[in-house]
Design a protein around this ligand. Sequence first.
Ligand code: AMO
Length: 430
Amino acid sequence: MRKFTAEINEKDFGKEVELCGWVHEVRDLGGLVFVVLRDREGFAQITLPKKAVDREMFRRARKVRRESVVRVKGTVKAEEKAPNGFEIIPEEFEILNEADAPLPLEVTEKVPAELDTRLDSRFIDLRRPRVQAIFRIRHAMLQAIREFFDRRGFIEVNTPKIVSTATEGGTELFPITYFEREAFLNQSPQLYKQTLMAAGFERVLEIGPIFRAEEHNTIRHLNEAVSIDIEVSFTDHEGVMRYLEELVKYIHERISERCERYLEWIGVKIDIPEIPFTRLSYDEAVEIVKGKGEEVNWGEDLSTSALKLVAEDYSGYYFIVDWPTESKPFYAMPHENDPEISKTFDLMHGWLEIASGAQRIHIHDMLVRRIYEQGLSPESFGFYLQAFRYGMPPHAGWGMGLDRLVMAVLNLSNIREGVLFPRDRQRLVP
Ligand code: AMO
């Protein structure tokens, strides 16, 4: 019966199993050959004593090149010195596809490689257990997110990624040719998820790509990212912040339950964060930064260096709330008693922004005024604005960068580590 290496245990001792995978290593001791077979769950030692196995097979196994794909059928034997305490004495050793040599990249962790070199040969890089583990955990996170929202009555939707307008500022747009017209890749499902509130969906979730023409090459920016977006009717910013902190806690719980082995491969320990997260106001954050000698103009976004100063005092997850209205997009709701400040929040992990959200303006005329005030033209928002005229409930929502979350939870030094085939200023292949 075909199994993964990690599925073999004492119950299989003396029995026959079939394994498929890659040749990780061959050790030739003359009268004895060890082939380490690797599959997506781990390793198994295939032991070929010259005297005890078929001669032709012995010759084949001894010569097989590293990273060739093989199928092995054999008997499981207890062996203390082998990985996981067993070895396999093969009856069949079939080379399904021989790998060329030399390899463009080493799979064994013995030779360290630069991230760029690794990304160039990503298919091989992804064979490394440490790298595989990141994507197994990313999968578990996505599962947890869907479980969490499904139980709370959310409807998962898919909105268009080819669009006619910007939502998060015009400079970061990727233009494309849409037959005879100009169109753009969507920066955020913002306008659509709000429109679905007018459609009466009440609670929506979207997990999908967002595109930002960020010029800067940083460890936390991608040109194509995955965003987890929610929008909820009949609630305010506080209501959706609660969903956010409960979700983040739930994700940590689920991956520590489900991904023990993969966390071990990466060498990461998960601490379940306590909720509620601290709410630090923008004004308090500015005070901290100024207190440490860095200038901040009230009303502006906080720079990376400013956020690093804040993070000296606030580690782990915390919110920065009540941002100046002018620093946030047009759709954010200003506070009734102080319209200079908006009902907005960013979820931080140390200095890294993980998510941002707001209570939205649901009043048509107020929204049009804010669009003008931000130097935009209401004509570009025709379909969106129409939805506010015929029964738009009060609502709030947020967007969280999945790639940033993976980076934070697994303590990765670069966002690209957690993305299969990252897109940045330099990289369009693979
Ligand atoms: P914002 O622009 O803050 O808000 O984006 C939300 C979250 O998406 C992630 N993100 C990115 N991740 C990697 N590379 C990028 N270039 C990038 N840009 C954004 C971040 C960020 O916190 N419409 C609002 C959300 C809302 O109010 O519902 C929005 O897009 O983790």
